[in-house]
Design a protein around this ligand. Structure first.
Ligand code: S3P
Length: 191
């Protein structure tokens, strides 16, 4: 690790810089690392992490697979849209669910609350990490790679449309990605 990388990740930020940091929203396909990178960012920026899936589960009192099974995907998307509208704009690191970009009003909300950061990863990269995960109803019982390829085809243009910053998730480890995002946020805080 270089000295600059070390400083970006481990030296505390000045209060003035912390106050001015914009509130990042992470988007991207399931399993690209939104929650784990979100946790690192939250620690570093001293903002709370809000994981949109956790908000939905908490409010519904059911797990995501249970919501899908009992009420279907559209109902889940309704809950997701409400949760997004309630959380966006707060002083938090917001880790969204992979399908949050599907609805146009959600995309409009995202675009009006920069910075939106897309952790871009290929279906192959993600399939290797999440195949067999029982908590992901959209790939349950299917070939993860085939399903993720279809999701990527549909969603990449939508992520692209919303993103202020696109990060190649496969180019670095999670600390490297975190460092890159912090640098970006600091630059925005100074602008
Ligand atoms: C979904 C992704 C999940 C969760 C739900 C639907 C999707 O979130 O919201 O299972 O449509 O891609 P993660 O991206 O956090 O896994």
């Amino acid at each position: 690790m270089t000295a600059t990388a070390f400083a970006t990740l481990f030296m505390p930020m000045k209060k003035k810089t912390l106050r001015r940091l914009p509130h990042p929203v992470l988007i991207g396909l399931m399993g690209c690392g939104k929650s784990s990178i979100g946790r690192r960012l939250a620690k570093k920026t001293r903002m709370p992490l809000v994981d949109l899936d956790d908000v939905i589960v908490e409010e519904a009192g059911m797990s995501i697979p249970e919501i899908f099974a009992a009420h279907g995907e559209e109902h889940f998307r309704d809950l997701e849209s409400v949760a997004l509208a309630n959380q966006i704009g707060k002083r938090v690191v917001l880790a969204s669910g992979g399908g949050v970009v599907l609805r146009k009003p959600n995309r409009k909300l995202l675009k009006s609350h920069p910075p939106v950061i897309w952790l871009k990863a290929s279906p192959e990269f993600i399939a290797a990490r999440i195949a067999g995960d029982p908590n992901r109803p959209l790939i349950a019982g299917q070939d993860a790679l085939v399903r993720l390829t279809a999701l990527a085809e549909e969603r990449y243009p939508l992520y692209e449309e919303c993103a202020d910053l696109v990060i190649d998730r496969e180019s670095m480890d999670k600390d490297g990605i975190t460092e890159k995002i912090i640098k970006y946020l600091k630059k925005k805080a100074k602008a």
